[in-house]
Design a protein around this ligand. Structure first.
Ligand code: FES
Length: 106
């Protein structure tokens, strides 16, 4: 299903992502380097920070305690829309999901 990434500079990339793949992994393996994914997806680096479009917030499971804790260490400001993209796993119902990438991950 489709995932839309928009960088802070406004560059938009649409990817077809298989169910079961997390949205950090999908970005990194398709050359979206504004998402870093330094820890490999274990919710321990916060360099995969994204702002989730509010229209999709209800469709994505709420952050777990580890993600909650790591979001206290994002390089760009945390907002109500902040998520760690490695903790969002693609599924069919998320088709068209929009992730805005913050200015910096470091
Ligand atoms: Fe490290 Fe997501 S890749 S927290």
């Amino acid at each position: 299903a489709k995932v839309i990434y928009i960088t802070a500079a406004g560059e938009r990339t649409e990817l077809e992502v298989d169910a079961g793949v997390n949205l950090m992994q999908a970005a990194v393996s398709n050359g979206i380097y504004e998402i870093v994914g330094d820890c490999g997806g274990s919710a321990s680096c916060a360099t995969c920070h994204v702002y989730l479009d509010p229209a999709f917030a209800q469709l994505v499971p709420a952050p777990g305690p580890r993600e909650e804790q790591m979001m206290g260490s994002t390089a760009s400001p945390r907002t109500a829309e902040s998520r760690l993209s490695c903790q969002i796993v693609m599924e069919e119902q998320l088709d068209g999901i929009i992730l805005r990438i913050p200015e910096t991950q470091w």
